[in-house]
Design a protein around this ligand. Structure first.
Ligand SMILES: Cc1cc2nc3c(=O)[nH]c(=O)nc-3n(C[C@H](O)[C@H](O)[C@H](O)COP(=O)(O)OP(=O)(O)OC[C@H]3O[C@@H](n4cnc5c(N)ncnc54)[C@H](O)[C@@H]3O)c2cc1C
Length: 379
């Protein structure tokens, strides 16, 4: 059976998130973009309003929210500012591996603090020489007595500067390839962690992205999550959760670009009529609307499969690739519809276009999603 309607609860989350974002995020997004300000206070407000850490299970006091519901919230947050949304989602991305791989004691130890107080987390997989090919990572972890000692460098880490907690993927045996990759929970205050200045990015400028180095960072044995050698499986399952979420963030950006474009196309007149009544612009708007809806359905289907415990690897990649690519097209068309004004900071569409570009790159580029899909098709 297929049901496309939202439940009462989902409509309520949507309404609440929409109202929160309209008040706290949308009016500030342009300023944050200009200044590169990290909106920590507003992310704290999201936590206070129950919009953060939605993946934490109810067994440790979290929301334990189905992924579909999380996506509904993600669309609303990203509509206001996807850089802000990326910072919020980085918590989901960093905590999901703990949800997937940890035992109950570890869940209480590492997840409960995020229920009790406002904290940020970061997911540390990528390295300077290992992005798309993350399995070739070089960060090492060695067992010494009751401790693990971590050495290496991570690159492009969202929330790096402000996080209280890192989930770090390191290899315990480089010869074993991805079978050596292991997950560690690393508190920020552990000696040996250095965070470099954050990147000066093209878009999503209010999100914090920085390299982190680990120099003889020692963590107790029980900070190894899921056991040695199981980190790659945990990372891949995490991406099945996070890719639909990122896909839905693209839908939020696309919807914003579409709504701004419709408004402008009704107001702006050329040759005696609103530009939306010129067929070329009307058709552009039609395609933007159809792609936005198609993208939403792909993202929701991938999330629904994950919630049902069905295989979702291919569907998560369908969603990530198409939502990101369509979002980029939609935002580029939005700038075109605004003409010269679209190319200035007077209107929000140039920011949307810069922000959208990153969605095609992080959490697996659009090319890598197609690698995943084609592998599944040829299996
Ligand atoms: C702002 C930002 C935030 C990020 N946040 C995080 C984070 O929080 N945690 C984290 O771990 N990582 C994070 N990342 C890293 C991100 O996931 C990687 O940048 C991404 O996976 C691409 O890796 P790369 O940059 O090394 O590019 P490369 O892997 O060097 O790829 C370069 C180009 O080659 C293409 N390519 C590579 N291999 C193939 C192939 N087999 N077939 C076809 N094309 C291919 C890619 O699609 C791309 O176009 C972030 C990145 C950015 C920019």
């Amino acid at each position: 059976m297929i049901a496309f309607g939202l439940t009462e609860d989902q409509l309520e989350y949507q309404r609440m998130a929409r109202q929160f974002i309209a008040q706290n995020v949308t009016p500030n997004a342009g300023h944050w973009d200009e200044t590169g300000h990290f909106p920590k206070d507003e992310i704290r407000s999201a936590w206070e309003n129950g919009l953060l850490n939605l993946c934490i299970p109810d067994s440790v006091g979290g929301a334990g929210m189905p992924l579909v519901d999380t996506l509904i919230i993600s669309e609303e947050i990203s509509y206001g500012c996807v850089g802000y949304s990326t910072s919020c989602m980085a918590n989901e991305l960093a905590l999901t591996p703990v949800v997937i791989g940890a035992d109950e004691d570890q869940k209480r130890k590492f997840l409960k603090p995020f229920v009790d107080e406002f904290k940020l987390a970061a997911f540390c997989l990528s390295e300077p020489g290992a992005g798309s090919d993350a399995a070739s990572l070089r960060t090492t972890a060695k067992r010494e007595g009751d401790e693990w000692v971590i050495n290496g460098q991570k690159q492009w880490i969202t929330n790096a500067t402000h996080a209280d907690f890192y989930t770090v993927f390191a290899t315990v045996d480089r010869e074993a390839g991805h079978r050596g990759i292991t997950l560690f929970a690393v508190p920020r205050n552990t000696p040996g962690i250095t965070i470099a200045p954050h990147e000066n990015k093209m878009g999503q400028r209010c999100s914090d992205t920085a390299p982190i180095s680990f120099d003889n960072v020692r963590v107790p044995a029980d900070h190894c999550i899921g056991g040695p050698g199981n980190g790659w499986k945990i990372a891949m399952r995490t991406l099945d959760f996070s890719r639909p979420l990122v896909a839905m963030s693209a839908v939020g950006v696309a919807r914003r670009a579409l709504e701004e474009s419709i408004k402008y196309a009704k107001e702006r007149k050329t040759f005696g009529k609103p530009i939306g009544q010129h067929q070329a612009i009307g058709f552009m708007l039609s395609d933007m609307a159809a792609k936005t809806q198609a993208a939403r359905l792909l993202a929701l289907e991938a999330a629904w499969r994950t919630d049902q415990g069905l295989p979702a690897n291919k569907e998560a990649s369908f969603a990530k690739a198409m939502c990101a690519d369509w979002c980029m097209e939609i935002c580029t068309d939005a700038v075109q519809i605004f003409g010269g004004y679209g190319y200035t900071k007077e209107y929000p569409v140039e920011k949307l276009m810069r922000d959208a570009k990153l969605i095609q790159i992080y959490e697996g580029t659009s090319q890598i999603q197609r690698v995943v899909i084609s592998r599944e098709l040829m299996r």
